[in-house]
Design a protein around this ligand. Structure first.
Ligand SMILES: Cc1cc2nc3c(=O)[nH]c(=O)nc-3n(C[C@H](O)[C@H](O)[C@H](O)COP(=O)(O)OP(=O)(O)OC[C@H]3O[C@@H](n4cnc5c(N)ncnc54)[C@H](O)[C@@H]3O)c2cc1C
Length: 491
């Protein structure tokens, strides 16, 4: 469980006065009842009310606010829509939350050069909605895309079901306007890909708000595919579904998306969304989207059907029309929300494994489920080996959260053990920082912190995130400083 440091008492009066001079009274939230909205993100088991929240509308206002924070040495944390699942936007005591939800303008649409410039509070889905009429779309599509912000996506380097073929957020950000941690306004990258010099855009994407605040983002948009087909294959074993995933990739087919759901997840989404498409008795289903030229889609569709059948699929259904395709994806996109139907609370883990380790890792997760006595539903971006085990529990029972976190930690160690990673797309935030030493050496972590130091020398931008500290993760941080963490076992 996260521990919060008792900060020195901050005298907020002069600070708020200065914020109000920049943002007006409406742009500064200080009443406790209103601040409750901001006390957690999607990792709702951790809560800490911010002392103040501010709602800037422009880059210049963000810069002024950050300068005031520097003047009074108060930490600040950026927040987009607050859907993050690793506690990245979780306040700490004595902090200002800089909320981008009024920065929602699409500043420029340049179809000829396939780019769109947005403010950070713009919702992911709005980008595609803006350009789809002209035959374009924005590829990264987190399942939270109807609510999460582009600023949050940039900070977390978010992925989604269509990132297997087209890449995650970092592959679609051309340039950024950033307010640095000391309040300077700088431009990183530009309007074209592969700018000369150091890839500072690449460093910023995925930095979880620890290097500054993105206030304008230039995104790459793609031409919509000529043809799209979604296939649903149902299997009587997870091993068979996993083998089909490997065989599809080995055959040289890169689907737009390839997702797997287990029986518990299938039934949860059918209970909640009633797609009537997902067979309730399947042990696992695969959703495979193939896109491209019409002729290519037709050929690959047949090859995927053949591969699934060779691996024992009972049925393979397909959809070409947009309405049915949407219906097939609807259940998958609602999978996390549907888990709420299975138990009062759930804890989402996010790890990556090599695809070939899928059957072994799922068996080990099943063993952990039995050992600790928690049901675990599984949903994954199977194509890129990104697991999302959903551990079901009741947070009203004292001590349950700590036990569930232990199970989550065991799953992360398992991912590292088989040559994977402790995060696929949800970031490290407050939640996983204590596991960083299980994946990185102290030299790795120190190098990362040099970068942080350059951008955020006073440590005011999103402190207590990503890196273990002795106070927040005693053992892990101590082991790190003594270089005593276990060597990662490689398979
Ligand atoms: C139901 C559900 C499904 C999800 N599915 C996916 C998925 O498929 N793929 C995926 O990758 N994630 C997924 N997520 C996680 C989450 O939606 C993403 O991490 C998303 O990018 C967070 O965006 P946000 O606007 O909510 O950011 P927040 O939660 O507000 O913030 C996230 C982090 O970004 C930082 N930040 C926010 N704005 C800025 C800015 N302008 N500049 C610098 N730092 C900033 C914050 O400080 C914080 O560290 C899911 C979450 C939910 C609840």
């Amino acid at each position: 469980m996260l521990t919060q440091e008792k900060s020195e008492k901050v005298n907020w009066k002069p600070i708020i006065k200065e914020f109000e001079a920049v943002l007006g009274k409406k742009g500064v939230i200080k009443r406790q009842e209103e601040l409750i909205t901001y006390e957690c993100d999607g990792l709702a088991s951790y809560r800490q009310r911010p002392d103040v929240a501010v709602l800037p509308k422009t880059t210049e206002q963000v810069a002024e606010v950050v300068k005031i924070c520097n003047k009074y040495s108060v930490p600040f944390i950026a927040r987009g829509s607050g859907t993050g699942l690793s506690g990245g936007a979780l306040p700490i005591q004595g902090c200002v939350l800089i909320v981008t939800s009024l920065m929602r303008q699409i500043l420029n649409v340049d179809l000829d050069n396939q780019r769109v410039v947005v403010q950070p509070g713009v919702i992911n889905n709005w980008v595609t909605q803006t350009v789809s009429g002209a035959g374009f779309y924005y590829a990264p599509d987190p399942s939270s895309q109807i609510i999460c912000s582009i600023g949050g996506n940039v900070a977390e380097n978010s992925g989604g079901v269509h990132c297997l073929k087209y890449g995650v957020t970092t592959n679609h950000v051309l340039g950024l306007k950033v307010v640095t941690a000391n309040g300077d306004i700088v431009d990183l990258g530009g309007q074209v890909p592969e700018m000369p010099g150091y890839d500072l855009t690449g460093i910023f994407v995925g930095s979880e708000g620890t290097l500054g605040i993105a206030t304008e983002i230039t995104l790459r948009i793609l031409k919509s595919a000529e043809s799209i087909c979604v296939l649903l294959a149902d299997f009587t074993s997870v091993e068979a579904a996993g083998a089909a995933v490997s065989d599809i990739i080995s055959a040289g087919i890169i689907p737009g998306g390839m997702e797997m759901m287990d029986n518990m997840s299938i039934n949860a989404v059918e209970d909640v969304t009633a797609t009537n498409c997902y067979p309730r008795d399947a042990v696992a289903i695969l959703l495979v989207e193939i896109d491209g030229l019409d002729v290519e889609v037709k050929a690959n569709k047949q090859r995927v059907i053949d591969i699934c059948k060779q691996n024992g699929a009972r049925n393979v259904t397909s959809a070409n029309d947009p309405e049915t395709r949407l219906k097939l994806w609807k259940g998958r996109k609602a999978a996390f929300a549907a888990a709420g139907h299975l138990s009062p609370d759930y804890y989402v883990q996010d790890g990556v494994i090599p695809r070939t380790q899928l059957p072994y890792v799922l068996q080990e997760i099943e063993n952990l489920s039995e050992k600790f006595g928690y049901k675990i539903a599984n949903v994954f971006h199977a194509g890129d080996g990104n697991l999302h085990p959903l551990i079901l529990f009741d947070n009203s029972i004292p001590g349950e959260l700590e036990k569930v976190e232990e199970v989550g930690g065991e799953i992360l160690k398992l991912c590292v053990k088989v040559g994977g990673s402790i995060s696929g797309e949800h970031g490290i935030g407050a939640d996983k920082k204590c596991y960083m030493p299980s994946m990185f050496s102290d030299a790795d972590l120190e190098t990362m912190q040099w970068v942080k130091q350059v951008f955020n020398s006073k440590g005011l931008a999103n402190p207590e995130k990503i890196f273990p500290t002795p106070r927040t993760c005693g053992e892990a941080a101590r082991a790190m400083s003594q270089n005593k963490f276990e060597n990662v076992e490689k398979f």
